[in-house]
Design a protein around this ligand. Structure first.
Ligand SMILES: Nc1ncnc2c1ncn2[C@@H]1O[C@H](COP(=O)(O)OP(=O)(O)OP(=O)(O)O)[C@@H](O)[C@H]1O
Ligand SMILES: [Mg+2]
Length: 225
């Protein structure tokens, strides 16, 4: 049976769910810190565990940012961050979505500069785009990330060689709710475009043909005046 909620009841429910998510996030956060400390104490150096812990902690922060949105405290927390560093971290985070597939990454960042952006939200955007690429690949394929700073703009091209987007659907992919996936929400690209546009940045589909689907993100570099 479906029940209609009043607006107040809905807000109340959102607050309760956020609260519970936050509690469990802090448990994940605490235990990942404990694992890190124990590794250090035992003198164990394991880059793979180290990387996994970094990814877990970054994801926790990103979820935390989203929870603040639910509380309508969604002030953008922009800071000066290194363009190349963000790209490599996004690539690392996205690898968690590779399950039962063989996917090779090719990452080339020609040069770098500072950008002024909410790090968590920008990372979440990049991860969304790479995740779509991973999902388009059936079993085996490549994700290519090529980036450079040119004319005071950071340019990131994210490509994959999975199933392309139908020509007649290419206009619709940024619309909220457009999905071709059984379990998709059709939100990823719409959220990315909204956020990027609010930062004077942008995303577009460059092409989607049999061998390659490429998205391009452009973001202004930070300038002091
Ligand atoms: N790299 C890609 N390769 C092929 N199709 C893509 C790619 N990126 C997006 N698409 C198409 O665009 C649609 C919309 O993508 P979007 O990320 O907005 O939603 P979704 O992935 O379906 O669901 P979710 O809300 O979980 O992200 C996808 O369903 C898919 O059809
Ligand atoms: Mg998606």
């Amino acid at each position: 049976m479906t029940q209609k909620l009043t607006q107040n009841e809905l807000y109340q429910q959102i607050r309760c769910v956020s609260h519970e998510i936050r509690n469990h996030l802090s448990i994940c956060d605490m235990y990942s810190q404990i694992i890190r400390k124990n590794l250090e104490k035992s003198g164990i150096e394991n880059p793979s565990i180290e990387n996994a812990l970094n990814c877990i902690q970054k994801s926790i922060q990103i979820i935390g940012t989203n929870l603040l949105d639910l509380k309508s405290l969604n002030s953008n927390n922009a800071q000066i961050v290194d363009f190349k560093n963000l790209i490599t971290r996004a690539a690392e985070l996205s690898k968690a979505y590779i399950v039962d597939k063989e996917i090779e990454y090719e990452i080339f960042v020609k040069n770098t500069d500072n950008i002024y952006i909410d790090e968590n939200r920008f990372l979440a955007c990049l991860v969304n785009i790479i995740k779509n690429g991973i999902e388009a690949i059936e079993l085996r394929g490549n994700i290519q990330i090529l980036a450079e700073v040119k004319d005071k703009t950071g340019i990131i091209k994210i490509s994959n060689n999975g199933k392309p987007i139908q020509k007649d659907k290419q206009q619709e992919i940024f619309l909220q709710g457009f999905t071709t996936k059984k379990n998709g929400c059709g939100l990823g690209l719409a959220i990315c475009k909204n956020f990027l546009n609010s930062q004077n940045a942008d995303i577009r589909l460059v092409k989607s043909v049999k061998q390659q689907t490429t998205f391009e993100i452009t973001v202004p570099v930070y300038s002091e005046n």
